[in-house]
Design a protein around this ligand. Structure first.
Ligand code: C5P
Length: 220
C-alpha cells in the first residue's frame, strides 16, 4: 500500500467545471473534464489524507476512498468547500466559471417569432481559491491552478499573491496542447521560491507528484 505521510491530514479538492444556469434547461459551461482534480483527490487519499472532493458536473466516476460532494454552480461549490473546513490542505483545481447569469429565472426563455435575442446579464462569481487563501480558517497549504493560454508563468506569479496561495500549478491550455479534457498535462510549479517545470506527464502522474510535494511541504 505504501507510506501514508498524510495520515491524519484533512484535504479539500475542487474539480471539474461549473454549470451556470441561463434558465431551467440551459447553462454556460467550459471544457474541464475533472480528470486532473479527481486524480489529485485520489492521490492525496492514497497518501492517507481524509479528502473531501467538491466536484462540478463531470462524466467520470467518483474517486475511490474520497468523500465526493456534487455541485453545479460556483456558489454551490464555494458552500461545499466552506462546509468542509477546517482542513490542512486545499487544492483548487476546478475550472470555476468567472460569471453567472444574473438574469437566470425559473422559466424557460421562449423564442418568439420576430423578436430580438434575449440579453444575458452576467454577474461575477465568488473566487473560491481567493476566499480560502484569505480565510480565517485558511488551510496550512493552499494550492491553486493557473490555466492560461499566454504569459503562463507571469500570470501564475501574480495569482500566487492575489489569491493567497502557497503553490500555483501553471499550465498552458492553448487548444494546440490538448490539455483541457485530455489525459496528459505539462505543468510548472510556481511558489515564492521559484519555478519548477515538470516534464509532460499523465494526469495521474502529475497528481501523484503533487500529492508527494504537498506531503513534503507539510512535513510530519
Ligand atoms: O483567476 P483564475 O480563474 O485564472 O484562477 C484559477 C485558480 O483559481 C484555480 O485554482 C481555480 O480553481 C481557482 N478559482 C476559484 N474560483 C473562481 C475562479 C478560479 O477557485 N471563481
Amino acid at each position: 500500500e505504501g507510506p501514508k505521510p498524510l495520515a491524519g491530514r484533512r484535504a479539500i479538492v475542487t474539480s471539474g467545471p461549473t454549470h451556470e444556469p441561463i434558465d431551467p434547461v440551459r447553462y454556460i459551461a467550459n471544457r474541464s473534464s475533472g480528470r486532473q482534480g479527481h486524480a489529485i483527490a485520489a492521490a492525496l487519499a492514497r497518501l492517507g489524507a481524509d479528502v473531501t472532493l467538491v466536484s462540478g458536473p463531470v462524466e467520470i466516476a467518483d474517486p475511490a476512498g474520497v468523500r465526493t460532494i456534487h455541485v453545479e454552480r460556483a456558489e454551490e461549490m464555494l458552500d461545499g468547500v466552506l462546509a468542509a473546513l477546517p482542513a490542512d490542505i486545499a487544492v483548487m483545481v476546478a475550472a470555476v466559471a468567472d460569471w453567472r447569469v444574473a438574469t437566470a429565472g425559473g422559466q424557460k426563455i421562449k423564442k418568439k417569432p420576430g423578436e430580438a435575442p434575449p440579453p444575458l446579464q452576467l454577474a461575477e462569481n465568488p473566487d473560491i481559491l481567493k476566499t480560502i487563501g484569505h480565510h480565517a480558517q485558511r488551510p496550512k497549504l493552499v494550492v491553486g491552478f493557473a490555466a492560461e493560454t499566454q504569459e503562463v508563468e507571469a500570470n501564475a506569479r501574480e495569482k500566487l499573491k492575489r489569491k493567497g496561495a502557497d503553490l500555483i500549478v501553471a499550465n498552458d491550455v492553448s487548444p494546440k496542447t490538448g490539455i483541457m479534457g485530455g489525459s496528459r498535462n505539462s505543468v510548472s510549479i510556481v511558489s515564492k521560491d521559484g519555478v519548477d517545470a515538470w516534464p509532460d506527464l499523465d494526469k495521474n502522474e502529475v497528481a501523484a507528484r503533487l500529492a508527494a510535494l504537498i506531503a513534503e511541504r507539510l512535513g510530519p
